[in-house]
Design a protein around this ligand. Sequence first.
Ligand SMILES: NC(=[NH2+])NCCC[C@H](N)C(=O)O
Ligand SMILES: [Mn+2]
Ligand SMILES: [Mn+2]
Length: 315
Amino acid sequence: MSDSHVENKFIKGPRAVGVVGAGFNGGQPRPGVEQGPTELVKYGLLDQLKTLGWDVTFDEKFPVYELKGPEETGSSGKLKNVAYVSRVTEDLANTVAAFAEKKLIPLTLGGDHSLAMGTIAGTSRVYSNLGVIWVDAHADINTPESTDSGNLHGCPVSFLMGLAGKVPGFEWLQPCLATNRLVYIGLRSVDDGEKKILRDHKIKAFSMHDVDGHGIGRVMEMALDYLGTNAPIHLSYDVDGIDPTVIAATGTPVRGGLTFREGHYICEKLYETGQLVAMDLMEVNPSLGEVITEKEQTIQVGCSLVRAAFGETLL
Ligand SMILES: NC(=[NH2+])NCCC[C@H](N)C(=O)O
Ligand SMILES: [Mn+2]
Ligand SMILES: [Mn+2]
């Protein structure tokens, strides 16, 4: 059993977490995800952290972000809500950076995953050589050109890496994450354009196929090896990385995901390393949950098995 008081390599002194409630849904079309932080807090998350011996500071400034006006819903090319996402993520970057500077571990509760533009931009201001572990069914690395949906929660990684080019409205966000400072775990729904980006930039990715093949223990070992034992690590956790039989209330569920244990092992292992300096918990949408009939399920699984046999999940 590991000691529950592992010393953090980067944050000495009191164990303090800065919780940011980021109730925001502008990076995708499904309402409800803005209630994620409120529900997590209502369920007792803050008290649970305190019970574990953490000093908890809760930023209550933005329980739910509000659209300022119609100009924020305007699109730019294929991208939707550019002004809205830009304003909120810039704000979030400042909030997260302020916590990190004060030696708190920022824990951002989403909200949709476009928020990671803000959280990772924020921590990268404070920590050099930051590594990111991105747990997700999706790669979220679409560019303004490659995106089909135009939803910005499918794009944060390309924005952070500077692969999106200069996006009007996003002048505040400068490239702050090198292509070799990120590792994905759990991928299984990656768009063709994204696969090309991953290959072209040799981005480190452990798909579900890799998790099956190596086991989650070995995958974490390789991920940590890759980022380095002396690097601060930001964990950006999209709950849809976990299987929908476990996590149903999320906007873009994909079957065949991490088990309950695999999902937890990632967090436990990171804690053990003492390298975790920030965490996001994203895409919790309390208003969702899916019920489908047996007939639909059979057709869906049949198609999905055929697609798997024909290369769909190959990166
Ligand atoms: N954070 C997420 N759940 N992202 C889902 C992205 C899905 C798809 N790749 C898109 O670009 O729209
Ligand atoms: Mn996802
Ligand atoms: Mn995501």
